[in-house]
Design a protein around this ligand. Structure first.
Ligand code: GLV
Ligand code: MN
Ligand code: MN
Length: 416
């Protein structure tokens, strides 16, 4: 068999995405599989069963990362294909799931063709990539690469007040296995989650790296008071301070321009009642930029804004860093491999930087790593209407298959 002619089964891939998409499905579309919740446990159980059905040896590590290994002719460093199956609370079927399920589709294709690789091929699903329930994001892959001590990770508390280690135990995924000791190369297929590929009618995004991420939680404390009787000049209004910070973030991000983005995605007021001046506000600020120096400049703007508003509104503002990751560049040889492979498959390509965080940025700390993007319809993601056309899913999975073969079977092209 000429290995360059090997292709994945598009219908089987789509069916895999749809089956996982039924787990944690929301009425009206989309899914909620927040990390380490009962619905995510069901997703994990499903994934483990699928891995076993494909003959993979399943390992669960102490942070709950799931690894399914297909043996190679040799022991040694593995080619890893991965992503995540946790979602935001109002997520779609493709973010993360595609990278894991396309990994399984690569395995199924190798199995069907009776193809032995030199190196083992591992499919990985990393814990809590989204960071929506436990911060930071990319937590499982961060622990896997040694970037965060396990004990510290297990002590992280969720937005609903639960300790990560306890939640991991509760769903039965506090594993005792070790993940692969050495990774020869890491590939992650993911939806773009933005509009560029669709807009330019490009089939495959060749990802150069991931922009820097800075997440801060602010706790603003003022004084609750009667909304009718308290003169404005005598208020210490935490709600107003939060609103001014949100507006201020929007203003400085616009003024900085370029690639700078900033988001206030969560604000919780206490006591959150119509006729009570809020005594407390807890809010988040997400700043991102592909350039570390510019990201630091944005962080400095935020710091100045906080100081200004604290003074003007007579409130105290406490800051807690939730996540801070510098921009990451992927491995040039793998970038070339992806671009060349996609072109050889007759697909149009474009190089781009990722706006979203991904497990690949953590794996890049210990191994050559790169990513393949496929278009997102209307550029929409972190939204229940997230969608990618079946033909694009198949294109991405075929690129994943071929780059895997090149990496795991350096004799690719000869008879299997
Ligand atoms: C995580 O996926 C993020 O980019 O927010
Ligand atoms: Mn993702
Ligand atoms: Mn996501």
């Amino acid at each position: 068999m000429i290995l360059q002619e090997l292709r994945i089964d598009p219908a089987r891939l789509v069916s895999g995405v749809e089956r996982l998409g039924k787990i944690g499905a929301l009425e009206g579309g989309g899914v909620c599989r927040l990390a380490l919740t009962p619905s995510e446990k069901l997703g994990r159980d499903h994934l483990v069963a699928e891995m076993k059905a494909l003959g993979l040896k399943v390992a669960i590590d102490p942070i709950g990362n799931i690894f399914g290994t297909r043996k190679g002719r040799r022991e040694g460093p593995a080619v890893m294909l991965g992503s995540h199956i946790d979602t935001v609370a109002t997520g779609g079927l493709y973010d993360g799931a595609l990278g894991v399920l396309a990994g399984l589709e690569v395995i199924a294709t190798l199995n069907d063709g009776n193809i032995e690789t030199d190196l083992p091929v591992v499919v990985a699903a990393f814990t809590n990539e989204e960071g929506a329930r436990f911060a930071p994001d990319m937590l499982g892959s961060l622990v896997f690469v040694g970037g965060l001590p396990l004990a510290d990770a297990l002590d992280i508390v969720s937005i609903d007040g639960k300790r990560l280690g306890d939640e991991l135990e509760a769903i039965g995924y506090a594993g005792t296995d070790q993940g692969p000791e050495e990774v020869a190369a890491y590939f992650e297929l993911h939806i773009e989650q933005g509009p560029v590929l669709e807009d330019e009618k490009i089939e495959i995004g060749v990802v150069l790296g991931v922009q820097g991420i800075s997440w801060t939680e602010l706790t603003i404390r003022g004084r609750s008071a009667h909304a009718g009787t308290t003169p404005i000049r005598l208020r210490r209004d935490a709600g107003l301070a939060a609103a001014r910070i949100a507006a201020g973030v929007g203003a400085f991000v616009r003024a900085l321009g370029g690639d700078q983005v900033g988001t206030v995605g969560a604000i919780t007021l206490t006591p959150n009642l119509v006729n009570v001046v809020a005594e407390k506000a807890v809010m988040t600020v997400d700043l991102r930029n592909p350039d570390e120096a510019l990201l630091q400049a944005a962080e400095a703007k935020l710091a100045a804004l906080i100081e200004q508003i604290a003074g003007e509104e007579d409130v105290t503002i406490e800051r807690r860093g939730l996540a801070r990751f510098e921009p990451v560049d992927f491995t040039p040889a793998l970038i070339e491999n992806i671009d060349g492979t996609a072109k050889a498959l007759g697909l149009s390509t474009r190089r781009l930087f990722s706006g979203a965080g991904h497990d690949a940025q953590m794996l890049a700390r210990i191994a050559p790593a790169a990513m393949i993007f496929v278009p997102s319809v209307n550029g929409i993601s972190h939204n229940i209407t997230e969608y990618t056309e079946p033909a694009d899913l198949a294109n991405g999975a075929n690129v994943l298959l071929q780059v895997t073969l090149k990496q795991a079977l350096p004799t690719n092209g000869e008879e299997a």
